[in-house]
Design a protein around this ligand. Structure first.
Ligand code: GLU
Ligand code: MG
Length: 466
């Protein structure tokens, strides 16, 4: 279970006592420290840690961290927004004890995602996890619930080559048995560690690009799914390091090649019924299911600064790379940014969902899911309908036909994404002023940092950040 209550000074009801019990259990299991983790605006997982003896204090009063981390770029330089930035102020990181888990890949450590609270005991407006928590809680009051999961693609590089170079740690074919054999111990240890942490893995398999693999995991509630995306990545990183490997979740590991996606699967539910499979519409969509999908489709260009936030994201977004560069929808069409997944006959009521394919793993997963849910809810609010679906690769359509069928490209550069984000009312409504201010400042900072760099230099700069 994920905690959906706001943190309060002195701790959420019962959390202090629960943390004391947990600390005893952790100490008995030889866990020394607890990682308190959150994701910043540019998509980096930042942490503070406490010894287990301080866990109860952290649950009651939080642990201090400066708000300026919302303005960090991927190279740790700091920018200033219109509303924030600079050395002033302090926030309290409050762990979600329900998500606390001993880290199988890092013996001696446990991990918990945090919400960030002000010293006055109110939610920090820039806390992406809290933004998502509140959005989901508000939708629940309208009778809507969601499931989500983020696919995780990554490349394994040899650990013995000079940084920041990348040499794939395997040479076997895409999806090939040879490639699985080459990293058999890593893959088995990753499965073991994830299982020990209660993560139900759907699949692990060799992917297309050099050194690339993918892990997909079961769907959870939205905040739990975002937490899980963070946890799975750091677990894979820890296991990779123990095997002498370097792991990259960067959108583009090698410029010009197929990149790492972070496809988001999401479904909306009312009264226990899946809105994407229990209706009379196309592919079993209910009216609300279609409106939700149409809202997401409509907002994809505006959300590009969230779904594809890094300069390296735009090296990955290429036609015919299955990266979802076309803002259109299709049934099981892997080139469309919005893929309607129906699943197998007999299992559709449970399995049907929407896949947002353009997203990558530089995205802050809380902002990613919050943005997509807000867009879907907006679609329901406006009773939107979907245009005609696309089949095949839209790259094959001549421009006039593409225009007639409403096929647009998602933004293909970070400056274009920033402009589209800034011009849309959706981000402010979904995230609030502080998040929007931080996103604009950070994205502009990243774009300025990369101005004039060639694609190889951009790939080098972000390869080992995510
Ligand atoms: N690697 C592709 C991407 O950049 C996705 C491939 C797939 O559909 O699994 O998103
Ligand atoms: Mg894949």
């Amino acid at each position: 279970m994920t905690t959906y209550a706001d943190p309060v000074p002195g701790g959420r009801a019962g959390d202090g006592e629960k943390a004391e019990r947990l600390a005893d259990d952790l100490a008995a299991a030889e866990v020394q420290g607890v990682v308190m983790s959150w994701v910043d605006t540019c998509g980096v997982n930042r942490v503070k840690t406490v010894p287990v003896s301080r866990l109860a204090s952290a649950a009651r009063w939080g642990v201090g961290m400066s708000p300026v981390f919302d303005l960090f770029l991927a190279d740790d330089s700091i920018v200033t927004g219109e509303l924030q930035g600079g050395p002033d102020g302090d926030l309290r990181l409050v762990p979600d004890l329900d998500q606390l888990v001993p880290l199988a890949g890092q013996p001696g450590w446990a991990w918990a995602p945090v919400d960030r609270m002000t010293q006055d005991g109110t939610m920090h407006g820039g806390c992406s996890r809290s933004v998502l928590r509140r959005l989901v809680a508000a939708a629940e009051e309208q009778g809507l619930a969601f499931k989500a999961s983020i696919e995780i693609e990554f490349a394994l590089g040899r650990g013995d080559v000079p940084w920041p170079a990348f040499e794939p740690a395997c040479l076997g074919s895409a999806y090939g048995m040879t490639r699985l054999v080459e990293q058999t111990d890593f893959c088995a240890d990753a499965l073991e560690a994830l299982s020990a942490q209660g993560v139900d893995v759907d699949q692990i398999h060799p992917e297309y690009a050099a050194g690339q693999y993918e892990v997909s995991v079961g769907a959870l509630d939205p905040v739990g799914a975002a937490d899980r995306s963070v946890l799975v990545r750091q677990t894979l990183r820890a296991v990779a390091q123990r095997h002498g490997l370097r792991i990259s979740f960067a959108p583009s590991v090698v410029a010009g090649g197929v990149g790492n996606g972070g496809h988001l699967h999401v479904s909306a539910w009312r009264d226990g019924a899946n809105l994407h499979s229990t209706g009379e519409g196309r592919y079993g969509m209910t009216d609300d299911g279609e409106a939700f999908a149409a809202g997401v489709l409509d907002a994809l260009p505006a959300l590009a600064a969230i779904t594809t936030p890094s300069p390296a994201s735009y090296l990955r977004l290429q036609p015919s790379h299955w990266a979802g560069i076309y803002a259109c929808w299709g049934h099981e069409t892997r080139e469309s940014a919005l893929r309607v997944v129906t699943g197998m006959v007999g299992n559709r009521e449970r399995a049907a969902n929407l896949e947002v394919k353009c997203a990558d793993l530089a995205a802050n997963p809380y902002l990613l899911i919050a943005g997509v849910l807000a867009a879907g809810l907006d679609g329901i609010g406006r009773a939107l309908t979907l245009p005609e679906e696309i089949t095949g690769d839209p790259a094959g359509l001549d421009p006039a036909e593409a225009e007639k069928r409403g096929v647009r490209l998602v933004p293909t550069s970070l400056p274009e994404a920033i402009e589209t984000f800034a011009a849309s009312p959706l981000p402010k409504a979904a995230y609030g002023d502080l998040v929007v201010d931080a996103v604009l400042a950070v994205r502009r900072g990243e774009a300025a940092r990369c101005e004039g760099l060639d694609p190889d230099a951009v790939a080098d700069a972000y390869r080992w950040v995510y």
